[in-house]
Design a protein around this ligand. Structure first.
Ligand code: ADP
Ligand code: MG
Length: 679
């Protein structure tokens, strides 16, 4: 056996891994030897099932043992040689093609027996395998050849065989020496120990051994993630660093604002507000996520919370994901709060030097009570007199790190996160296990759902007529495209090209504009402002208009190549219309009308859509896994591994209920997720 190496050891200690190879491995996220353990194979080649030639089916991967009848190489061009081999067994014959570089491959010996593994194809001439793995029978078979082989993710310059050698060498030189899940938990759920599982994830004894080993690592990934979230939640509940926003003044001001709103709060808004309010009044710091569909009225809840904080003598910040949205919220929030005697300011990157200096000094002196902006608001350069509340829009997770940064200035602010990304509730509870969750289910009364039509491309003329009619009535229209500029695929429409063409023909005389992600943020802002102020009637766009843009006068959203977008994205886009008093429409153009398009037509509520999407696509990414702000999952899949998720939820709950027994393990989890759990 090889020497045991203290970890973490860089991959260069492995035989055959020099700097160039280490660079390639680094591209796969592999820096240390131990990282190779978690470079999980994406699939396996099961070469153990050996078939006769007559049993081989086109499309499958299979092993076949056969004699060579003939083997001939020829050069097809300067760089490539092909060796054509005819093989046979007692049930038939077939051909094998081996492509090699400049150097000719060893020809196979006529009359000798070989094993071949690869993908079977079939055409009028018979069955073929191209570039199979090959092993010669020299009185005995190489048993390794017929084993289950890992298939790794690769990067340029790294072949499957190199990767297999490196993995084997890593396991030899540095076999796993410690356990990373409590043994009692492994026993309870019938999962194998780490040493066995690492070995069998990479070089399984059998397909079943690979299966159970993968299961263990999926479990481990989900279990540690959930444990981390639960520990973070418990720590923040126990902290007494929060602020009690419980002055009667604060309560009175919020009630007064509710009374003077131009609308009555919906039942959903009322109940979420009471949850927020109770959180703010308690001494523990708030960490609450409000899940509310587009248009459900989250902003007013944020405004109420900010007002309450301000009237209790603190400052409040509101962070938007983009400058356009920050400005929009600034207008909005200032309109609501200024009459309550609250000083609201805006801080963005596009402020001039003088304005910026002024804004920063207002924040530091405390004169500015409510500060709206982008993520820049929580940079150390922005100082606050007494920050009590941070509201973030579509930021998904306000981390321990950001909180700590603000806490350095004196307080642990309450945090309120708003998101319109619809997530099935079951998943939300897990992914946001460190937060309290409020769900704003109902839309404000009287809001009409956006009428959605899935249409085939042949209906374009009709919709152009509709656009002309709506714009002549004073409304505005979004046209959304999957591409900025036209590419290789002629079936995909682009924003630039359509803008150039349609604004000069069908829509001549109607002011049109173009916005996409390659424009500078200054250019984008200018276009958005023109659209908001109704100087542009038809906006040709890419998905940059997806999040949060509010132009109540827009009443039609046309989406081209709708089949290219996920349901979540379509729903977000659709949410850009129907924000004002006008009857609004969403038109989804696609080559053919799919099941998903029909669902968009019939379902208007984002949460129902997210459940449907889950059913329909399984491993889809309704919301990207990264979006929830946790380290990416390497092996588990939140959708496919629902049963393992349930097991790990139970196990994490158990450990939390028996903290004293698991003290060492909990310390290990804290080291595993640095900066995510307050210590
Ligand atoms: P979102 O949840 O997408 O952020 P907004 O807060 O922007 O939604 O609200 C969308 C629109 O609905 C705004 O124009 C807002 O003034 C309005 N609104 C919010 N609550 C109500 C209500 N209870 N009744 C009527 N209109 C409301
Ligand atoms: Mg909003």
């Amino acid at each position: 056996m090889g020497e045991v190496i203290d970890l973490p050891a860089p991959v260069t200690i492995l035989k055959g891994v020099k700097n160039a190879r280490a660079g390639q491995l680094a591209k796969l996220g592999v820096i240390n030897v131990e990282d190779i353990y978690t470079l999980y194979p994406v699939s396996y080649e099961d070469r153990s099932a050996v078939r006769k030639i007559c049993e081989l089916r086109a499309g499958e991967q299979a092993s076949v043992c056969a004699y060579v009848r003939s083997s001939a190489s020829k050069r097809i061009n300067a760089g490539v040689t092909v060796t054509n081999v005819n093989i046979y067994d007692e049930t038939g014959s077939m051909s094998v093609s081996i492509f090699t570089g400049r150097y000719q491959a060893q020809p196979l010996r006529t009359g000798e027996l070989y094993a071949f593994y690869g993908k079977i194809t079939e055409d009028g001439y018979g069955k073929h395998i191209i570039n199979p793995a090959i092993s010669h029978y020299d009185g005995k078979w190489d048993a390794d050849f017929f084993s289950v082989q890992p298939v790794y993710p690769l990067t340029k310059g790294l072949t499957q065989n190199m990767m297999r050698r490196i993995a084997a060498e890593a396991l030899r030189a540095a076999p796993p020496s410690y356990e990373t899940v409590p043994k009692s938990i492994l026993r309870k759920y019938g999962l194998p120990g780490r040493a066995y599982a690492v070995r069998n994830v990479h070089f399984p004894e059998s397909a079943a051994a690979a299966g159970i080993s993968r299961r263990r690592f999926k479990f481990e990934e989900l279990f540690t993630m959930q444990l981390m979230l639960l520990l973070a939640k418990r720590a923040s509940e126990n902290s007494c660093g929060g602020i009690r926003f419980d002055s009667p003044e604060g309560r009175r001001a919020a009630d007064e604002l509710i009374r003077t709103l131009p609308f009555e709060l919906s039942e959903g808004q009322k109940s979420v507000w009471s949850e927020i309010s109770a959180n703010m009044e308690s001494p523990a710091a708030m960490n609450r996520l409000v899940l509310g569909d587009v248009g459900s009225g989250k902003t007013v809840l944020a405004v109420l919370a900010m007002l309450k904080a301000v009237k209790c003598g603190c400052q409040a910040v509101y962070m938007a994901p983009t400058e356009i949205l920050a400005e929009q919220h600034y207008e909005n929030i200032r309109n609501m709060l200024a009459p309550c005697g609250v000083r609201v300011i805006l801080i963005t990157g596009s402020l001039g030097a003088k304005e910026k200096r002024e804004a920063l000094s207002l924040a530091e002196s405390g004169e500015a009570q409510c500060i709206i902006g982008t993520h820049a608001l929580i940079q150390p350069s922005v100082r606050y007199k007494k920050l009590g509340l941070a509201v973030t829009d579509e930021q998904h997770r306000f981390g321990v790190k950001q909180r700590a940064m603000l806490a350095e200035q004196g307080n642990t602010p309450d945090v309120l996160v708003m998101t319109a990304t619809p997530i099935p509730r079951t998943l939300a509870l897990i992914l946001y296990g460190d937060m309290d969750i409020s769900v704003l289910k109902t839309l404000p009364r009287g809001r009409q759902p956006v009428r959605t039509y899935a249409l085939e491309d042949s209906m374009h003329e009709r919709i152009y007529d509709m656009i002309l009619r709506l714009t002549s009535e004073g409304r505005q229209v979004y046209m959304v495209y999957p591409l900025i500029e036209s590419g290789d695929d002629p079936s995909l429409r682009s924003a630039e090209e359509s803008f150039a063409e349609l604004s000069k023909t069908v829509f001549r005389g109607v002011p049109c504009g173009l916005i996409h992600g390659k424009m500078s943020s200054g250019e984008k802002d200018a276009v958005m402002r023109d659209f908001k102020e109704n100087r542009i009637k038809i906006l040709f766009a890419t998905t940059v208009v997806e999040v949060g843009v509010d132009v109540p006068n827009a009443s039609l959203m046309v989406i081209e190549n709708a089949e290219r977008f996920g349901l979540a994205q379509l729903h977000q886009l659709r949410g850009r219309v129907g924000r004002g008093p006008y009857r609004s429409y969403c038109v989804l153009f696609s080559g053919k009308i799919t099941e998903r398009m029909k669902i968009m037509e019939s379902v208007s509520d984002g949460f129902t859509l997210s459940e449907k999407d889950l059913e329909l696509r399984g491993p889809g990414d309704f919301f990207g896994v990264e979006q929830h702000g946790l380290p990416p999952l390497k092996i588990a899949n939140l959708y496919e591994d629902a049963d393992i998720l349930a097991m790990s939820t139970q196990a994490a709950g158990y450990v939390l209920g028996h903290m004293s027994e698991y003290e060492d393990y909990i310390n290990y989890i804290k080291r595993l997720y640095p900066g995510r759990i307050p210590l």
